[in-house]
Write a new protein. Structure first.
Length: 256
């Protein structure tokens, strides 16, 4: 199979415009203001994390491969919060994560209705947002529809417009589920797909939707993996970007 040529940022922008897609420009001298009311300054971006933020601003869709502890979810949420406050186009952040049992430890039957069963799952999802705001502010944003937590099953048939959609831990989604979620995107929607091909903890082994999708939109040359799709930007972080702790970083290196 012939190797697909690497597209420069300028090439992607040109192709996107030809496809009728509005591409946001970013002046490097432009300093964006922090989102009002959110504590965004406590999280200082590394050089590679800054690439994620820049990509989310510039592209309709950003795909991030990153091992544990590199902060990919935190960066995506931080950037989405900034966009929510700065840009009137985006009304909602939709954070989607598949409830998955880890390893060989099935949690068994849970009592309660579907909302009660998922509350623990949503509680974990809220945890990252609480790094940037108070619990009361998050509750207010949820009530007002500015921030929304969902699972894939609840989004079938939906159209997601004027929003920033963050799909987290997509290596725990099947290819068909990931495809379904991305097909939900409507007008003025930004997409962030987060995953790690090494973090597959699901009890029921299945094909990794993240790896499947990355294989469809990227190619590899001497410089590494890159996106061949003009609307999608691909970024890869490694264990060297792990800021969680030296121990977490070393564990990731041992298993890589």
């Amino acid at each position: 199979m012939a190797k697909r040529s690497r597209l420069t940022q300028r090439d992607k922008r040109k192709l996107a415009i030809e496809m009728g897609v509005e591409v946001q420009q970013r002046d490097s001298s432009y300093q964006r203001k922090a989102g009002g009311g959110y504590n965004l300054d406590k999280f200082q971006l590394t050089e590679n994390q800054q690439k994620i933020e820049d990509s989310i601003y510039q592209y309709d869709a950003t795909v991030v491969q990153g091992s544990a502890g590199v902060g990919k979810t935190s960066v995506a949420i931080r950037t989405a919060l900034k966009l929510l406050k700065e840009n009137n186009v985006y009304k909602t952040i939709i954070f989607v994560k598949n409830p998955t049992e880890s390893g060989d430890d099935a949690i068994g039957f849970l009592t309660g209705d579907k909302d009660e069963k998922l509350e623990k799952h949503f509680e974990v999802m809220r945890g990252v947002f609480l790094d940037f705001m108070t619990k009361g502010m998050l509750e207010c944003d949820e009530k007002n529809g500015n921030i929304r937590f969902d699972i894939p099953n609840y989004l079938q048939g939906a159209t997601l417009s004027n929003c920033i959609v963050i799909l987290d831990e997509t290596q725990n989604m099947s290819p068909s589920t990931l495809k379904m979620l991305m097909e939900r995107l409507g007008e003025n929607a930004k997409l962030v797909v987060l995953g790690d091909r090494a973090q597959t903890y699901a009890v029921n082994s299945r094909k990794d939707g993240f790896s499947d999708f990355v294989g469809r939109i990227t190619d590899v040359d001497d410089s590494g993996r890159y996106s061949v799709e003009p609307l999608f930007n691909y970024i890869e972080l490694t264990s060297t970007d792990n800021k969680r702790s030296p121990l977490s970083k070393r564990v990731t290196e041992i298993y890589s």
